[in-house]
Unconditional design. Structure first.
Length: 163
């Protein structure tokens, strides 16, 4: 039994090609490159315009593969939500945009599997921390104010865990 080959790369959501970095890495494995590319594109199409971490695990014995698609960084999801290409160069002075609490919850849910925080409230507060660094306001306020409001229970209705 031959050891699996692991190929890790960043691809633009829905736009992987048979060229570098995927094609040259897969070529020697004998796995059909375009089959892998098609599956990556189908799986990552929701992240169009964002770099998505992809892990291709090739099983050389039977020329099959498994894909592990990670979510883009929280900052990329935030920028997509606010329609910005990047955050503010001076987050304390200039703001890149504004996020609603619903959008922050959506980003937290998308990143849920990779966040260390337990529970939706804490996961949203983690996303709000990223907003601070990126110069993004939340509900028109400093994200730290919204974090405190979450602690006071002001967003409990929006932050109910799904059963």
């Amino acid at each position: 039994m031959t050891k699996d080959i692991i190929i890790e790369c960043l691809v633009e959501g829905g736009k992987a090609t048979g060229g570098p970095p995927i094609g040259p890495a897969l070529g020697p494995t004998g796995v059909p490159i375009m089959t892998v590319v098609t599956e990556i594109n189908n799986t990552t199409s929701q992240y169009e315009g964002m770099k998505v971490p992809v892990r291709i695990i090739v099983h050389p014995d039977d020329k099959t593969f498994t894909l592990e698609i990670k979510t883009p960084p929280a900052s990329a999801l935030i920028f997509k939500e606010i329609g910005a290409e990047k955050g503010s160069a001076k987050p304390n002075e200039d703001k890149a945009g504004n996020l609603t609490i619903e959008q922050a919850i959506s980003v937290a849910k998308a990143k849920r599997s990779s966040l260390y925080a337990k529970g939706l409230k804490n996961q949203v507060k983690t996303i709000l921390g990223t907003c601070v660094s990126a110069g993004v306001t939340v509900e028109g306020k400093d994200p730290r104010e919204v974090q405190k409001a979450i602690d006071r229970g002001e967003y409990d209705d929006a932050l109910k865990e799904e059963a």
